[in-house]
Design a protein around this ligand. Structure first.
Ligand SMILES: Nc1ncnc2c1ncn2[C@@H]1O[C@H](COP(=O)(O)OP(=O)(O)O[C@H]2O[C@H](CO)[C@@H](O)[C@H](O)[C@H]2O)[C@@H](O)[C@H]1O
Length: 474
């Protein structure tokens, strides 16, 4: 069975967040299960693309309104990622360093999708499934079924996965001319609330859609930035499959990014050694509990509440607790955190930026990981932290509900709270500090966390079952 995954991100080629982790791992595990899964993504001018060898497998010209765009499809020569990797290279449009936030981002992602469709409609091989991820590839299911240019592919089933339903990639009808000629009677499928909405179009046109956790599937009908009614009426087409993690990349026993390796038996010594290295680098106290946050500093992640929660905790506990934040995003949140760093030297440190290696060191060296998310479709940080024996403190939402059980409940191993408020965060931190004083219990829980299995094996099979339900001949 030949599957094409379409995505704006893929680890380690280009990563901004969890989308990259999933698209860099799921195809690998699908291939191990007997599929032929490949990834197609835009070309970026980044370390991975500069340092690896590619061959040109297709060239053509696509039309973006009146602009004729020459493009190449590049294939990574060795399949070193565990799957075939194809890059859509459009000189002048898709050959820049960053993944997002260019003023012509809309044109970039439309051109990416058109080039992909042109390529596969000319190529001899017809995929069995096209699997699109998030709104950057959300126009593909619509165009496949409603533009005569791609009629040859009109029977190929499409699956659409929603990693983040807050972002739709919507734009005004004045940009409709960027799309190729489509059947006029189908145009309404592009529309939501008076604009062209790629996420909505994908939910309407794909044969089925998935969310990255079962709880999030239901939450989208209550909170999806204006698409609630759409998710309500399309609910029968939706499936919730929780993400896995790439246990080869995230393994405390041999993670090359972590200075001291450990397993469930050696977690006490191993974690302490990593904590000492981290605390020495950032001027913190390795003898005290270390709370961390890793992620985008945005409202969705509840990062706006961190400064007050940390301030209150440090005022209450004095030198008895440490905080470390790794992230970037909203400038006001960055400033508030940097002010906290200045106010509490030796107790709170902040690294503004993106640093993959540091993230691994932090998962390995921390005691507790804070995730006060307002919205969390799945969340990977809590899964990584569990694997590294770091207790997640999470708000009960989305995939956090599906993956973390409070240690107060039977079989539990984490801390959960209900409201996105400073009070609830502080209360959870208090519970964590009390637990830290009870080292024998904490060590039992650490072993329980590290024994959990969030590998991709099970979830990759769930996707395969869905593919088979759509294309039973294969
Ligand atoms: N400053 C920084 N430096 C280094 N590493 C950093 C970093 N900031 C974030 N990361 C890394 O980026 C990833 C974040 O993944 P998440 O799944 O938690 O969130 P994200 O919101 O990006 O993903 C969306 O898609 C994923 C995948 O489906 C869903 O799990 C999630 O709920 C949804 O919001 C992790 O690998 C984390 O370590």
């Amino acid at each position: 069975m030949k599957i094409f995954h379409l995505s704006a991100e893929c680890y380690p080629v280009a990563k901004v967040g969890g989308l990259a982790d999933v698209v860099g791992a799921l195809p690998k595990y699908q291939n191990l299960a007997g599929l032929q899964a490949a990834v197609v993504m835009p070309y970026y001018d980044r370390k991975f693309t500069r340092e690896n060898e590619f061959e040109v497998v297709f060239t053509a010209v696509t039309l973006l309104n009146t602009r004729r765009l020459y493009f190449e499809i590049l294939k990574e020569k060795t399949n070193k990622l565990g799957f075939e990797l194809f890059l859509v290279h459009i000189p002048g449009l898709l050959d820049r360093e960053n993944v997002y936030s260019y003023p012509d981002e809309r044109e970039q992602f439309i051109a990416f999708q058109l080039a992909f469709l042109d390529w596969i409609s000319y190529s001899q091989q017809t995929p069995d499934i096209i699997h699109c991820h998030d709104h950057h590839s959300g126009l593909v299911p619509f165009l496949l079924y409603h533009s005569k240019l791609y009629r040859r592919l009109a029977n190929v089933p499409t699956v659409f996965t929603i990693h983040n339903g807050q972002y739709h990639g919507a734009f005004g009808w004045e940009h409709f001319q960027y799309l190729p000629e489509v059947d006029p009677s189908s145009i309404g499928l592009l529309d939501w609330a008076g604009g062209i909405n790629p996420l909505a179009a994908a939910v309407k046109c794909s044969w089925l859609y998935t969310t990255v956790s079962p709880t999030y599937l239901n939450e989208l009908t209550i909170n999806s930035n204006g698409l609630e009614y759409l998710f309500y009426i399309e609910r029968a087409k939706g499936h919730g499959i929780i993400n896995g993690i790439d246990t080869e990349v995230w393994d405390p026993k041999n993670d090359p990014m972590v200075p001291n390796h450990f397993n469930a038996k050696t977690v006490v010594k191993g974690k302490q050694a990593n904590k000492e290295a981290l605390c020495t680098r950032f001027g913190l106290n390795p003898g005290k509990p270390l709370f961390v946050f890793i992620g985008r500093l945005v409202i969705e992640k509840g990062a706006d509440l961190l400064p007050e929660a940390i301030d209150r905790t440090l005022a209450q506990y004095g030198d008895d607790v440490n905080f470390f934040i790794l992230g970037s995003g909203d400038k006001e949140m960055e400033t508030a955190l940097l002010e906290l760093k200045a106010k509490y030297p030796g107790r709170c440190n902040v690294f503004i930026g993106y640093d993959e290696v540091l993230a691994h060191e932090v998962y390995a060296g921390a005691d507790f990981l804070l995730m006060p998310s307002r919205v969390e479709p799945c969340g990977l940080n809590q899964l990584y932290s569990l694997r590294y024996g770091t207790m997640p403190i999470v708000r009960s939402t989305g995939g956090l509900i599906d993956s973390v059980i409070d240690f107060g409940d039977e079989g539990g191993y984490g801390i959960r709270f209900n409201q996105v408020t400073v009070n609830d965060i502080c209360h959870s931190i208090n519970r964590a500090i009390a637990l830290y004083q009870n080292q024998p219990q904490l060590q039992i829980l650490r072993k329980r966390m590290m024994a959990l299995d969030f590998s991709w094996d099970r979830s990759a099979k769930e996707y395969i079952n869905l593919y088979e339900s759509l294309n039973p001949q294969i």
